[in-house]
Design a protein around this ligand. Structure first.
Ligand SMILES: [Mg+2]
Length: 313
């Protein structure tokens, strides 16, 4: 006879919270973590607070084919990637989770282990949250971060003539990267200190769509040299060796969670130090233009069609 796996329902809400509390741990910088009505944290002096929430939903952002540790990693990594996009440091997170009562405790443990491991890479504490019942698993992770006023990088600062750069390699994320990416928090701190990007975003919806957000917010356009787009091996693998398909994947796939940023011409030479500091590439892929279109070097308009949640019609 095989023993049935223990479920959330078997354990009950309060013992479940106690269990998750143990999995999350807490550092000394938190005044009061899980266990009171609110978490209490000391705000860092003289810094702006960054506040971000992000939801992952079963069948939309993940399936049970991924290990729960990977799903947890993704749920925590997504809002941390947004903190990176502002050149901020992340401090603490709260996690709201809804799931069917029959969800196994082993699965829930895996989710929290994945979230905790991802958070711990950046010194982020999980300081609270909420649990509820639902017909499918949903997790909302809200992260509190901070940044100095002078270092904060917005989408709106790109100017004609600025170089356009991307970290890492793009495309084919469905194979692995969408559940195993590393939020570029450390790299963005370095960029804010050494290079001071004029605008920055993390690539969640695809390179083309996300550069579109920078262009719109900054009131500018861009010329992209598509031959320089860094295509991942997974994109090539997904495309079965077809170079055009691989490029399409790099331009449009999404969930790369790389940094896409612009740098004024006079500061571009500072990026020469990048390869001494980091093992991932940082590639110049184009230039910001006055003409408010996204074009390739032949002047053709690059169509906007990244991932959108609510398509019309
Ligand atoms: Mg973002």
């Amino acid at each position: 006879m095989t023993r049935r796996l223990k479920t959330v329902q078997d354990v009950g809400e309060f013992p479940l919270i106690e269990r998750l509390k143990t999995l999350c741990g807490s550092s000394a910088s938190v005044v009061c973590g899980i266990g009171d009505d609110c978490a209490v944290v000391q705000p860092p002096r003289g810094r702006l607070l960054l506040f971000k929430t992000d939801m992952v939903v079963e069948h939309v952002h993940f399936t049970r084919r991924s290990a729960p540790e990977q799903v947890g990693h993704k749920a925590m990594g997504r809002p941390l990637s947004d903190i990176a996009a502002m050149a901020g440091e992340a401090r603490c997170a709260v996690v709201a989770i809804a799931m069917p009562a029959r969800t196994s405790i082993r699965y829930v443990d895996g989710l929290y282990r994945g979230m905790h491991e991802c958070a711990a890479m950046f010194g982020v504490d999980i300081v609270g949250g909420d649990t509820s019942r639902a017909s499918q698993i949903m997790m909302t992770v809200s992260v509190l971060g901070n940044v100095t006023r002078a270092r904060c990088v917005y989408r709106s600062g790109a100017k004609p003539g600025d170089g356009i750069y991307v970290t890492g390699v793009l495309g084919g994320t469905i194979l692995r990267k969408h559940v195993s990416f590393v939020p570029r928090i450390k790299e963005s701190q370095w960029l804010a200190h050494h290079v001071r990007p004029s605008a920055m975003i993390d690539i969640s919806d695809g390179f083309v769509q996300d550069i579109g957000h920078i262009l719109e917010a900054s009131g500018v356009g861009a010329e992209i040299d598509v031959a320089t787009i860094p295509i991942s091996q997974d994109a090539s693998r997904c495309a079965g060796g077809n170079a055009n398909k691989a490029l399409h994947s790099a331009l449009y796939d999404g969930e790369d969670f790389e940094l896409l940023f612009t740098v004024p011409r006079e500061r571009e030479k500072r990026l020469a130090q990048w390869s001494c500091a980091w093992s991932i590439p940082c590639t110049r892929v184009g230039t910001i233009t006055e003409d408010k279109k996204l074009r390739d070097t032949k002047g053709h308009v690059i169509p906007q069609k990244g991932y959108v949640h609510f398509l019309c019609g």
